[in-house]
Design a protein around this ligand. Sequence first.
Ligand code: GLN
Length: 425
Amino acid sequence: MKNINSFITRIDSKGSKKGPLRGCTVAIKDNISTKGIRTTCGSAMLKDYIPPYDATVVEKIKAAGATIVGKTNMDEFGMGTTTETSYFGPTLNPHNEDLVAGGSSGGSAAAVASGEAMFSLGTDTGGSIRCPAAFCGVVGIKPTYGLVSRYGLIAYANSLEQIGPIARTVEDAAKLLDVIAGVDVKDSTSLDIGKGGKYAKYASGEVDGMTVGVPVELIKGMDKNVLEPFESSMEQMKEKGCTIKEITLPSLEKAVAAYYIIAMSEASSNLARYDGVRYGVASGFGGDWNQMFSASREIGFGKEVKRRILLGTYALSAGYQDRYYAKAQRVKAWVRKEFENAFKEIEVVASPTMPVLPFKLGEGEKDPLKMYLSDSNTVPVNLAGLPAISIPAEWDKDSGPVGVQFVGARFQEKKLIRAASSIER
Ligand code: GLN
């Protein structure tokens, strides 16, 4: 096998002899801070940045006895769907090296799929755990907003993102979630849901006649290579006594547009700190401060990041804020409301994770809009702050795995784990 480029930095560490993850190997996405180990966000801007502290999730994983084996490749600052915007080059799909691994946590999913790590951590702002999990044939969970601490996560769009587990089975992913979930005084957006937790025990394959809603908005116009495996997963659930109901959530049609306005706006603000003085590569350019900042940002950021900073700054600028940002916030509230109403009648929402099979390497560069649109099924979940899981259904003979996504009400991770384990092979 070729080097699939899952890791930016490999680490030679030893786990402890105690804890629920003793003997387990974990790979960590390179936007999650690791004390003394460089954390690049897949960017030239941070290629030499060494954090002075560990993210809370990293502390928890170490305390659980795991061995951290490396920092994984990702789209630059999480901005992408293929891991091709990384300064360190793309991650290849372990099932077919002509295809992308998905993104932005492509390295984390590929490391698990190829056996380089048993578990990994990804981050999901608009699908970045679920998309690569789907493309690489592994399981990925995007937790409810607030379930997992974001302390030490380098922000892309903080109102949308969560850290979450990637593993080969539903039970393993749930085990890692057990380790990282919980309130953290260092992250004021993390929530205390009491004991909660203990997710792994729900991966029993039992579903107890669950009611599953399938939004028409997430299946219409879908590639038949994706739709057929999805439908056969729904058949399997029916055989287990579940009720599958078609539902309609019209707000989802506006979700991609709203997501990109909010994500880019937050990114333009979050990335303002990289000026080559406090953070990031310094251009060494003399000039006045403005010229110096510009020169550092010119060499530090890649093309996609620059595009998003420009569009985000525009969306927030005087005169346009109401037209774009405020309107996107209203769509966000609408999406949330529609999901809330739906969960009065159904227990989980199901859809294909991605509307398409994995892209060929290089396809994304040519058509960024096509990439943005392929996030149609994942971004509504982030707008609504809900939990979701992606699990491999059937395998397409040419391009490998096809992912099925389940979405639950807030803090109903256990239902997702139940539903997913019922169709797991
Ligand atoms: N593809 C989406 C984006 O580019 C999602 C990325 C993510 O979840 N980090 O913004």
